[in-house]
Design a protein around this ligand. Sequence first.
Ligand code: ADQ
Length: 414
Amino acid sequence: MASSHPRVLAIVLAGGEGKRLMPLTAQRAKPAVPFGGIYRLVDFALSNIINSHYLHVIVLTQYKSHSLDRHISKTWRMSSLLGNYVSSVPAQQRVGKHWYLGSADAIYQCLNIIDDERPDIVVVVGADHVYRMDFSQMVEAHVESGARATVAAIRQPIAMADQFGVIDIDPSDPTRIREFLEKPVNPVGLPDSPTEVLASMGNYVFDTDALVEAVTKDASDPDSRHDMGGDIIPAFVADGTAGVYDFIRNDVPGSTDRDRDYWRDVGTIDAYFDANKDLIAVQPVFNLYNSDWPLLTGYTGLPPAKFVHAGPGRLGHAADSIVSPGVLVSGATVAGSILSPGVHLHSWATVTDSVVMDDVQVHRHAQVHRAILDKFVVVDERARIGVDHEEDRARGFTVTPSGITVVPKGTHVA
Ligand code: ADQ
């Protein structure tokens, strides 16, 4: 049982492959996917942890982890003087000749770190969601409730239940979980709202001894998939020791009524695109400009963005858009878009409703519409992307169900 000021170790699960985000995850782990101009997805989990004043943090990585490891070590390294750290821990085959078999095995394989650290509480969070959350409020609720494991929960449409762990609360004690079904195909809606379920956010708080016991037991179970949502949480539920923390209770400093409950699982390209667009709405449902709970990331050292009027009919401008440092809009028109650092747009080019990643070049008279251009893409003079989907598919680009064209990293589009 933890004290009221527990020692906390935070673990970020960042080994996921993110198959449904292909081709953005062809060369990088999902938590390393760029988002919102200057961020990577993992920055949201890490910002929440650091803003919660948890300064002992490990990030478990595995799949195509090079750019993620580099980002963590460059951006999140802390001074060791105070004993604080954010360190990435790649799969190391510590307990056998295999990589992490699942998220629970990832934790099992780093029990040596938990042993060295001796925390009272372990906070385990996913690395691929966009939201603000004060984990210290969840830890407080966990300690008060007496649960051994607590799952953060949010209401989601029942149609999405097969993507989430779905929680059934004990009616006699609304802080307890009666049943937990990982990605159910026949979900039952909530009694007060049949079109919704209570979904796990993939964030957990554990008493350390209970977590160690659970992952150790799980490691020797030949029938387990070694998954936190699929195996570990259901085991706590079976023991009657699993609690729930409703995200609606979380009150992050500086949040607005509009963005207090914002949480997005950007599991698909369409969800990723929509979450990017959420940032630029006139009244954004997720407000980046909350300095009471800053979203932290690496700084590029690039010069400020610049807009130049390159001659008659060539007024370089952007509306309803996010424009990062190092961007040059020279006689081009931008609307409803997110431009990452180093993007360069030339005269008469138009970029509308698009996400454009670092160092992309769009040459004269080119058109880009409802598209995601990965890093280092070059769009030739007069080339078109997102204007004719048949043409896009013929060039091998992904076109999503809602009609977003995705151009892979480094592609030269003629
Ligand atoms: P999913 O997101 O589908 O569901 P998973 O693919 O295991 O579950 O990813 C969870 C987190 O663990 C991600 O951040 C991922 O990067 C990481 N991860 C996956 N495999 C890993 C491994 N081998 N090593 C290290 N990290 C790994 C989960 C829960 C659901 C919940 C949703 C919320 O299982 O119950 O509803 O998250 O989105």
